[in-house]
Write a protein that binds this ligand. Structure first.
Ligand code: ATP
Length: 236
């Protein structure tokens, strides 16, 4: 059964319609990627799922409709958003950022265990526990953003351009850890990426968005071999 199922999703910024009936599904335990040019509606799709933009259409998490729910309730159901720009509190320490992330949790007893889990994936954050988040490197800030999402105990992570602005080696390191988190913690992922090569390597399924509509869907390996995708997104 699909963990996330989306049918006829539209989204609006004021009078402007940014999504025009988007349909897709994400398998439990899977990694799905959304590809598309600038302005295609990838970020808006993530925002619509977690209730941060006015939307209509059908959004189901594990069969339960969430399209009428407020963001905080969607988070409580286990959907963690790692936004573009990372959304860390720059003037707070690494430790404070991680603790704030766990405030809304019901199972407080799980917090120390999850902190340990975060530090096994990101030992660098443990070394920088008392450092101000704003002084971390870009890669470390992305690690912190993913860790904050992990502290929510998520079933589904929505990742918006985790590679943005980072050097290739750091990007590889972060993608490797994302793969481990998916495999070892069973966290499903919906990934938005400009770096289509990396995104299709990590994911099993992909969808291509164009001006707020899904224009192509397939397994990541089929998409990688598609001539149109290669020319438009992979650059060869
Ligand atoms: P990018 O890769 O550039 O982030 P994207 O595929 O994520 O692109 P979105 O950011 O979802 O695209 O934008 C989809 C459409 O919605 C665009 O036409 C954009 O101009 C518009 N849009 C996005 N955010 C807002 C906003 N806050 N107010 C008004 N229009 C917006």
């Amino acid at each position: 059964m699909a963990l996330l199922e989306i049918k006829g999703l539209s989204a609006y910024y004021g009078q402007t319609k940014a999504l025009h009936g988007v349909d897709f599904a994400l398998d439990k335990g899977g990694i799905t990627t959304l590809l598309g040019a600038n302005g295609a509606g990838k970020t808006t799709t993530l925002r619509a799922i977690c209730g941060m933009v006015r939307r209509d259409g059908d959004i189901r998490l594990d069969g339960q409709p969430i399209n009428q729910m407020a963001t905080e309730d969607i988070v409580r159901l286990g959907v963690a958003h790692v936004p573009e720009g990372r959304g860390t509190f720059v003037s707070l320490s690494v430790e404070e950022n991680l603790k704030i992330a766990s405030y809304g949790r019901r199972d407080k007893s799980g917090v120390p265990r999850d902190l340990d889990m975060v530090f096994t994936y990101f030992p660098r954050l443990k070394e920088r526990l008392h450092q101000q988040a704003g002084t971390l490197s870009g890669g470390e800030q992305q690690m912190l953003a993913i860790s904050r999402a992990l502290m929510l105990g998520p079933r589904l992570m929505l990742l918006d351009e985790p590679s943005f602005g980072l050097a290739p080696l750091i990007v590889q390191e972060i993608f490797h850890i994302m793969r481990r988190i998916n495999a070892e913690e069973g966290v499903s992922m919906l990934l938005v990426e400009q770096n289509a090569t990396l995104a299709l390597e990590l994911s099993t399924t992909g969808y291509v968005l164009e001006t707020g509509r899904v224009v192509m869907a397939g397994s990541s390996s089929d998409l990688k071999n598609d001539e149109g995708i290669r020319k438009s997104y992979l650059g060869y």
